[in-house]
Design a protein around this ligand. Structure first.
Ligand code: NI
Length: 177
């Protein structure tokens, strides 16, 4: 049994939930090394998935980029829409280039070494796991769109199945606050 005087001390030692986001180093679809700091000054709209995803990723990326496209150019200029692969094995730089370009020239595709990808997944609390074997494996993965502030800090998220209107409203709100 705990003496009452011990309680406040124990509470202060309770683990705090780790903040979402943080530093990362990855490679964009042009083969350039990029880090989180390269996007500071813009809102980052970040989605994790993989280019071989049969259904969820294409749907989400379409909604995300439709929301982005609905904003006026001066607002678009303040937002970096980013797709980070959870499948660096197959999502090479050229594969990412083809994939993100099919959605929008504005979409930034990021891949990296398995270690770099694992690190950014940890930072964003992303769940991703290989499902099946052979070259046609799938990836089970969480489906959340993260909105990060211009200072790189987590602002809010959108569910992966959020409609473009909901995402666009959230972006406008974040830009005005
Ligand atoms: Ni997917």
């Amino acid at each position: 049994m705990l003496a009452l005087t011990q309680v406040p001390r124990l509470l202060s030692l309770a683990p705090q939930p780790a903040p979402i986001g943080g530093p990362f180093t990855l490679t964009n679809q042009a083969g350039q090394t990029v880090g989180d700091a390269d996007f500071h000054g813009k809102l980052m709209l970040v989605y994790f998935g993989y280019s071989y995803c049969p259904d969820v990723c294409p749907t989400t990326l379409n909604q995300m980029m439709r929301a982005y496209a609905s904003l006026p150019p001066e607002q678009q200029a303040q937002i970096a829409p980013i797709f980070v692969t959870v499948d660096p094995e197959r999502d090479t730089i050229s594969q990412m280039d083809q994939y993100v370009t099919s959605f929008s020239p504005a979409l930034i595709g990021l891949t990296g070494t398995p270690e770099q990808v694992a690190a950014v997944e940890r930072g964003y609390h992303v769940y991703a796991r290989k499902s099946g074997s052979g070259e046609n494996y799938l990836m089970d993965h969480s489906s959340i769109i993260y909105l990060m502030g211009k200072d790189g800090r987590f602002l809010r998220h959108f569910d992966g199945d959020a409609k473009d209107q909901v995402i666009a409203d959230g972006l406008r709100q974040a830009l005005h606050s």
